[in-house]
Ligand binder design. Structure first.
Ligand code: NGO
Length: 520
């Protein structure tokens, strides 16, 4: 749907109005301020007053805005072939990045006029979000890695934007198949375009252990050896330096890394390396199948807590972000009483090392979840979960990852060559058409910290596999996390997504061409 002339006139005549169903530009059509994913909160177009990038264009920034200016310049130089120097103070024909008080967290204002562009925010994270918007306002060829001869014009007008939820996450499973740091950086680049601000790394599971822990070095020597992965393929792990480097790379893109060690279940790889972590002291065999629910730490053995504390301490030391995820899912071979004993010890340990405990929704069975102010990650398919509702009433908060909506490893349809289907098939519209503020009975909007899209790697190997499953569904979930509910509109989203396709093509991203979308 395109904004009619009348609608444009009305919009221009009013103060900043909430953007409603926006257009996705038809092939060759002009991009408008509302053609952005995730949808912007408010936009007032001023057609005819666009800003053209030329050889004289500069980027103005100083202090903490300078690194964001650097990322903007890096994003625009290859395709435009323009120098776009970064200068400290006020030239004409400039894109000015300004830090000033008064904007909401991660929010920004973008004002585009023929004389220049102003991007204003209170902190660099807001400027970074505005830069992602700005990139999408240029033609898709801006993604080209080599210079293109084109008129590079940003549409005129104003945008005022800010997120609905503080937490917008993506999860990558490094345990079932190890993904190399370069592949993780590539994913960081892609998710940051959609204003995702947390990357959850699933670092251990039955098949493998992917993060170096000095005090228990066999975890990676054995659990990260070649052949540790589903089907006996892959293997590998992150050294502490790899991890710190990834944390820094993500932070530069305003993404916080959330590390997960899954326990008391999903620990077979740790037990192969250290048989003393089983109740009977016998080493289990290495596992490369996809079954779940058979391994468990021993809740009555002090060795367990020595191990858990060492791991939490070392992980907390190398993690600047506030959250530390302790898994907690599918502990089918941990007796219920043992599970409660385990969580009562382990959730406070996370606090002891200065982090906010975070776990899959099974941790809601433990009163310690609410007592420690934990974040509970809901991955069910039901609309009512009494234990989660009770924890929330008692002080816990929730991140929503309903498996039948946001599990990026579920197949799109019967023909999808990768992925699983236990939570059903998830087409783009299924991923998009739900409301995080109303998903779970007893979990009101204000207790929802945000949304996260997990990508489990049982069937995935390469970046191409990751991208095929994540795109185009991840942008749907990003929009649920960022955009005000008033902008939610499937027709608008699918039009904007269709127009986004050529950007992925220019980037070399192998996205799934869902038949629900008319791809430009
Ligand atoms: C479940 C399970 C994981 C699987 C995943 C596959 C959770 C939280 N535990 O999600 O071990 O990899 O499904 O979709």
């Amino acid at each position: 749907m395109r904004l009619s002339r009348l609608a444009v006139t009305l919009v221009v005549a009013l103060p900043l109005v909430t953007a409603t169903a926006s257009s996705g530009s038809p092939p060759g059509g002009a991009i408008t301020l509302s053609d952005v994913i995730p949808a912007v909160a408010e936009a007032i177009p001023a057609p005819g007053d666009g800003f053209r990038l030329t050889g004289s264009t500069t980027i103005t920034a100083s202090g903490a805005a300078t690194p964001v200016a650097g990322l903007l310049a890096e994003a625009l130089r290859p395709a435009t072939g323009l120098p776009l120097p970064i200068i400290a103070g006020g030239g004409a024909e400039t894109i000015a990045l300004v830090l000033e008080p008064g904007h909401p967290d991660e929010g920004y204002r973008l004002h585009i006029r023929s004389q220049g562009v102003e991007l204003r925010a209170s902190r660099p994270a807001g400027l970074f979000a505005g830069v992602q918007t700005l990139r999408q306002l240029l033609p898709p060829e801006i993604e080209s890695k080599t210079p293109r001869r084109l008129r590079w014009v940003l549409p005129g007008g104003q945008i005022k934007d800010h997120p609905r939820y503080a937490y917008r996450g993506a999860m990558l499973d490094l345990a079932r198949h190890f993904h190399e740091p370069a592949e993780i950086r590539r994913y960081i680049d892609q998710i940051s375009r959609f204003k995702i601000n947390h990357l959850h790394l699933h670092l251990s599971d039955d098949q493998g252990w992917r993060i170096e822990i000095d005090s228990w070095s066999r975890l990676t020597e054995v659990g990260g050896a070649p052949g540790t992965g589903v089907g006996g393929r892959g293997g590998g792990f992150l050294t502490k330096d790899d991890y710190r480097e990834l944390v820094r790379y993500a932070a530069d893109r305003h993404i916080t890394v959330v590390p997960e060690i899954d326990m008391p279940g999903h620990v077979n790889a740790a037990q192969v390396a250290y048989p003393e972590l089983t109740c009977d002291g016998k080493a289990p065999r290495q596992r490369t199948d996809m079954r779940v629910g058979y391994s468990s730490l021993c809740a009555h053995d002090e060795t367990t807590y020595r191990f858990v504390e060492d791991v939490i301490r070392e992980l907390a030391e190398m993690t600047p972000g506030p959250y530390l995820h302790i898994g907690g899912d599918e502990a089918m071979s941990t007796p219920h009483g043992s599970y409660l004993i385990f969580q009562k010890r382990v959730l406070p340990l996370v606090r002891k090392y200065g982090k906010i405990p975070y776990g899959w929704h099974e941790i809601a069975q433990s009163p310690a979840a609410a007592q420690t102010g934990a974040v509970i990650q809901f991955w069910g398919q039901e609309s009512s979960h009494p234990a989660v509702a009770t924890s929330v009433a008692d002080g816990a908060r929730v991140v929503l990852s309903p498996a039948d909506r946001v599990y990026l490893d579920m197949r799109y349809d019967l023909l999808t060559p990768l992925g699983l289907a236990w939570a059903g098939h998830i087409e783009v519209r299924d991923a998009y058409d739900w409301d995080p503020g109303r998903l779970l009975y007893g979990v009101p909007e204000e207790k929802v910290l945000g949304v996260e899209a997990p990508l489990w790697s049982e069937t995935l190997r390469s970046s191409a596999d990751i991208e095929f499953m994540a795109f185009p569904r991840l942008p749907a979930i990003a929009e649920l996390g960022w955009s005000p509910r008033s902008t939610h509109d499937w027709e608008s989203f699918r039009a904007r997504l269709g127009a986004y396709g050529p950007r992925w093509t220019h980037q070399g991203v192998r996205f799934h061409r869902s038949t629900q979308i008319h791809w430009s």
